[in-house]
Design a protein around this ligand. Structure first.
Ligand SMILES: Nc1nc2c(c(=O)[nH]1)N[C@@H](CN(C=O)c1ccc(C(=O)N[C@@H](CCC(=O)O)C(=O)O)cc1)CN2
Length: 285
């Protein structure tokens, strides 16, 4: 049985990180300046702690100055806002990220409204979301950006392609749909209230699953030869699995991303790339 080409996010992310490290070193030799990234974590969610540690390691490895700010779970929205305000004013910090999710009593939207859009390396402030909606340039959310970058690096055509995005989250589904539209694809979003979503995904040239439901996408959801992107990270007894039933869908698809080693590493690579962009826009190239 034919099997799909693997779109290797881990390898691609490594290449992007090496490219960035070179640019940062050259810039540093000329200016003695380095991009500074601050990651704010509120509370002690175990997965978030790992992601924040990985972001710290990745940003340090490419030559950025990395700051981790860990606030206790009982912090109030105003206490988190004070931290964001301090980072907004700090000229050595070019990128700020609020690790999500935050504890329930904290209003992430209020915090994002106060984050300087020039330092919003997650692309989640209303200003950067509005720019995306209006088709203007700006910092884009890391996971959707990583998906588009991975498809580009594998020369997967987007223009005129029918794309179905499964999931409508602020972090992935909604911005990703707009980013595919920017690239002249024809886009549909399906979600938990869509009846018979598989009838719609089966029409697509590219299917992106971003719902957080282990093995939701089965071969009968996929047109033979489609490209399948799996954003899901679901922790099960047998380890981390995606939203796509990998083995059976790989037999139908022409290209597929693995979990782990697909979109996750691309998310971190795009955070570094956005920080580099924010740095250049502030200090010049
Ligand atoms: N402020 C943000 N919060 C969150 C984001 C985000 O983009 N911005 N995304 C996710 C978590 N996330 C980054 O923050 C993230 C998740 C997973 C990975 C990753 O590399 N995963 C590995 C496997 C992970 C494991 O072994 O635990 C993989 O897929 O290969 C990177 C980043 C929610 N919060």
């Amino acid at each position: 049985m034919a099997t799909a080409q693997l779109l290797d996010g881990k390898r691609t992310a490594q290449i992007i990180r090496e490219e960035l490290a070179k640019k940062i070193e050259e810039h540093y030799e000329r200016t003695m300046l380095r991009p500074g990234l601050a990651v704010v974590l509120v509370g002690d969610d175990p997965a978030s702690k790992i992601y924040v540690r990985n972001k710290h390691r990745a940003s340090t490895q490419v030559g950025m100055d990395s700051r981790q700010i860990i606030l206790p779970a009982h912090s109030t929205t105003s206490q988190v806002l004070e931290t964001i305000e301090m980072l907004n004013q700090d000229p050595s910090i070019h990128g700020i990220l609020l690790q999500l999710p935050v504890p329930r009593h904290i209003d992430a939207q209020v915090i994002l409204r106060h984050l300087d859009p020039r330092k919003d390396v997650d692309g989640l402030t209303p200003t950067n979301m509005g720019r995306l909606m209006a088709g203007q340039s700006g910092l884009r959310p890391c996971t959707p950006l990583g998906i588009i970058e991975l498809l580009d690096r594998y020369h997967v055509p987007l223009e005129g392609q029918r794309v179905v995005v499964i999931g409508r989250s602020q972090l992935v589904g909604r911005p990703l749909a707009l980013m595919f539209v920017e690239r002249n694809a024809t886009v549909t979003i399906v979600h938990s209230k869509t009846p018979n979503a598989w009838d719609i995904t089966r029409e697509a040239d590219i299917v992106v699953a971003a719902v957080g439901h282990a093995h939701l996408v089965q071969p009968n959801w996929i047109k033979p030869g489609a490209t399948v992107i799996d954003v899901g990270i679901n922790r099960t007894e047998s380890g981390i699995v995606g939203d796509v039933d990998f083995d059976s869908v790989a037999a139908m698809a022409s290209r597929i991303t693995p979990v782990p080693g697909g979109i996750g590493p691309m998310t971190i690579a795009m955070l570094l790339s956005n920080t580099w962009q924010a740095f250049q826009e502030t200090v010049g190239s």
